[in-house]
Design a protein around this ligand. Structure first.
Ligand code: HEC
Ligand code: HEC
Length: 288
């Protein structure tokens, strides 16, 4: 077996210096957010879900791996640039966008009616038996109930709406189902997570399971959790969906990547979400 040495080979391939200096604990800090109506404290560190008990004890939000300045931006809604997208989502929610003037609000009332959804999606839809991302739910209303063309998976309209809907579940505990109807999708996602892709022959696990805490160039590697998504990314000065982040990470291994909304990336999003079962939904978080 050369399983463990492969992690070292990986590190070498990445040019990681696996010395004391290059490794750093996730920062010890508490994410309490100043909101319009008080404070909420997020669960950013939790015991690993049972399905990960062989590989790790503790799961950490990506927030613990960012620098003090980036962490601080997420601690006050006033400073969080992602809130602009939540506001834009709210405008779209209330607008008569549909072919016959339908609006999201017309059927769903306040966006607060979506509270709790982000915490359990991706999930298998009871009626169709299909795995649904939040984007799929949104698009089913956009097309079937508003008579419009589907929104692009990574379009501005889609990401504004993702920001608004995720925000309604902020502080709730991620708890996606991995069993029952979800099991085959979850297995598929798991398989992808451990498959080595691209010229670099790296699996998600090589970086986010074997090497979190290490630095890749100036980046402090996290566990690659998606409880904070969509995130405001300072580098892009814009909002990034989980699907886009997964695509970016596959691309970084110099592999041909999957398309947003493909069966592969849907299964992968479910699996990655399940690795964060127990953390808080951070709604719109801030990353570098
Ligand atoms: C004509 C009425 C109508 C309009 C307009 C509409 N929806 Fe829906 N939406 C529904 C119905 C009905 C369901 C299914 C509810 C159920 O199965 O419990 C649904 C389900 C959803 C769900 C899944 C909710 C859940 O708990 O499973 C989301 C998310 C959603 N809609 C978002 C939107 C958004 C965003 C818009 C505006 C872009 C919108 N909807 C517009 C009627 C509508
Ligand atoms: C070459 C190493 C590498 C590989 C392989 C890799 N990633 Fe990443 N990933 C990174 C880096 C670097 C970042 C940015 C810093 C961080 O949050 O870890 C990142 C960030 C992420 C994030 C955002 C975390 C947050 O809190 O903002 C997610 C989610 C993620 N990766 C998932 C994956 C998945 C799923 C795979 C497999 C398809 C994967 N990554 C493969 C290096 C990698």
């Amino acid at each position: 077996m050369k399983l463990r040495t492969s992690a070292l080979a990986t590190a070498t391939a990445l040019g990681l210096a696996l010395t004391g200096m290059a490794w750093a604990e996730p920062v010890e800090d508490t994410l309490t957010i100043e909101t319009d109506d008080g404070q909420i404290t997020m669960v950013t560190t939790a015991p690993a879900p049972a399905h990960l008990s062989d590989v790790m004890d503790t799961i950490y939000s990506g927030w613990h791996f960012r620098d003090a300045e980036t962490r601080a931006m997420q601690m006050d809604d006033f400073d969080n640039p992602g809130m602009v997208f939540v506001d834009r989502g709210l405008d779209a929610w209330n607008a008569a966008l549909g072919k016959n003037g339908e609006s999201c609000a017309g059927c769903h009332q306040s966006p607060e009616s979506m509270a709790g959804l982000r915490a359990v999606v991706p999930r298998v839809d009871e009626k169709t038996g299909k795995l649904m991302l939040m984007e799929d739910y949104i698009n089913s209303c956009v097309t079937e109930r508003m008579g419009l063309e589907a929104w692009g998976m990574t379009s501005k309209s889609m990401k504004d709406m993702l920001a608004l809907i995720s925000f309604q579940s902020r502080g709730m505990t991620v708890n996606v189902a991995t069993d029952g109807a979800a099991a085959p999708y979850w297995e598929k996602g798991r398989e992808i997570y451990y498959t080595r892709y691209g010229q670099l022959e790296l699996a998600c696990a090589n970086c986010h399971e074997d090497n979190y805490g290490n630095y890749i160039r100036s980046d402090h590697l996290s566990q690659g959790q998606i409880n904070g998504f969509p995130v405001y990314r300072l580098k892009n000065a814009g909002i990034l969906s989980a699907q886009q982040r997964l695509i970016g990470c596959v691309r970084d291994t110099r592999a041909e990547t999957f398309k947003a909304g493909s069966d592969e990336l849907k299964a992968l999003e479910l699996y990655v979400a399940s690795r964060g079962n127990g953390l808080s939904v951070e709604g719109v978080s801030v990353r570098n």
